[in-house]
Design a binder for this molecule. Structure first.
Ligand code: PGA
Length: 256
């Protein structure tokens, strides 16, 4: 008999991008304390690589922001998934729009990185999202379909994969899609994952792009949103902790 599908786990993930020196690690004591008090959600911080090991705190998951396709070799400046794992990471962001646009990453490369991340035992947070032009043309779902087909290899499970929908025009701009738009995109992604992978409907779907403590409640109340990938607002505990708490509150509603 087939097991009943589990509800996707709720995830609050912070992407520090190229921000933060050791002085910023102070923020993580409060974030980790909050993470320990909110075991019903998974809390992840993805700091710059030099801070990976020093960022480790009980209760908090740590992630890289990218990885190479190879485990080791002559790739000056690169970091492998094995190295992230060795440094204490259990997650890695892949296919972020800044990697796609500023570093020319395409879906095939991202797909190879996904496989490398899984091989190293990391959970990959795969980012997909449409540009402003594609959004204006009404091409959002077409773009996402191409990205999903091209960048998510066979073998995705709820344990090894999280998908983050991040409209490029919403990242760092203060603009967000309406809850109705987010709901319809997430429903589309959920259905696609469900049709493609055995336990696809259990894969967590995050929204990313200008999430703040002020809009988190509305976003988390949106159907098929299992959490957020947060950039700017993850840099300070006073902003990220309320986002985590809001997500946990949303999760506890399901318990009744
Ligand atoms: P933002 O970034 O929250 O600053 O918009 C989100 C992201 O790039 O993941």
């Amino acid at each position: 008999m087939k097991d009943l599908p589990q509800r996707p786990r709720k995830v609050a993930a912070g992407n520090w991008k190229m921000n933060g020196t050791r002085a910023a690690l102070d923020q993580l004591d409060r974030v980790a304390a909050a993470a320990r008090s909110l075991p019903e959600i998974t809390s992840v911080i993805c700091p710059p690589a030099p801070l990976l090991s020093p960022a480790i705190r009980p209760g908090l998951c740590i992630g890289g922001q990218d990885c190479h396709t190879d485990a080791a070799g002559a790739h000056t400046g690169e970091i492998s998934a094995e190295m992230l794992r060795d440094a204490g990471a259990n997650h890695v962001i892949l296919g972020h729009s800044e990697r796609r646009t500023k570093h020319g990453e395409n879906d095939a490369l991202i797909s190879s990185k996904m496989a490398a991340a899984w091989h190293a035992g990391l959970t990959a947070i795969l980012c997909i999202g449409e540009s402003e032009t594609a959004y204006a043309r009404g091409d959002t779902l077409d773009v996402l379909l191409v990205q999903l087909r091209g960048s998510l290899p066979d073998g995705a499970t709820p344990e090894n994969t999280i998908v983050a929908y991040e409209p490029v025009w919403a990242i760092g701009t203060g603009q967000t899609p309406t809850p109705r738009e987010i709901a319809s995109v997430h429903r589309f992604i959920r259905n696609w994952l469900d049709a493609r992978f055995e336990r696809g409907c259990e894969i967590s779907l995050l929204y990313g792009g200008s999430v703040t403590p002020d809009n988190a409640a509305e976003i988390f109340a949106t159907e098929d949103v299992d959490g957020a990938l947060v950039g700017g607002a993850s840099l300070r505990a006073e902003n990220f902790v309320p986002i985590m708490t809001t997500l946990a509150r949303q999760e506890s509603r399901h318990d009744f």
